[in-house]
Design a protein around this ligand. Sequence first.
Ligand code: ADP
Ligand code: MG
Length: 208
Amino acid sequence: MGCTAADVARAVRAVAEVVAEHRVELIQLDRAIGDGDHGENLDRGFRAVVAKLEESTPDTPAAVLKLVATTLISKVGGAAGPLYGTAFLRASTALGDAAELGVTEVTEALKAALGGVVARGKAELGDKTMVDALDPAVRAAEKEQGSVVALLSAAADAAATGAESTVPLVARKGRASYLGERSAGHLDPGARSTTLLLRSFADSAADA
Ligand code: ADP
Ligand code: MG
């Protein structure tokens, strides 16, 4: 992400490829502590996003993220659709009409995305959700302000560590919480997908 609207659109298409590659993995993670639809849901959503981007490329980074948000909200069921939809929508709003994204904009977008997920899902750190990946990612991004690539790489690294930290936890939010103690010993699928998204954005930024 260099990061114009075209760069952001390219990064979103790369995310769609990563989600497709990890579809089965996400399904299996969700099958262990949920209903097994997480990989299917996200893959369907991002395929729809790619189809919309083929019709037209929005002219600002914010407009690209808004397209992602509205598509995910309309196409992805379950908890993750509205949560990721809200995250992308808040990120879009945070960017305003900026034509290019730098360190400040990307950091603000990440903070807004986390704020959206927390506002919508009310999960706290340690509840075994995507917040356990996204919250440390935002903290790491705020500390690593050298470049967009550096901040996104730090965010992805912190998300990966945060996602791993969900393994021993007992879920307190979402479908996995219905399992009680039996949810312990499994990686949270949403924390894993959040890590995949952030890593993909970091990789796209590095390639720009
Ligand atoms: P569903 O649980 O409705 O089938 P998905 O399988 O698509 O939805 O997504 C499950 C993921 O959503 C979980 O792994 C978790 O990370 C995330 N999640 C569920 N509830 C919440 C919440 N209240 N706040 C944040 N994330 C949540
Ligand atoms: Mg599910």
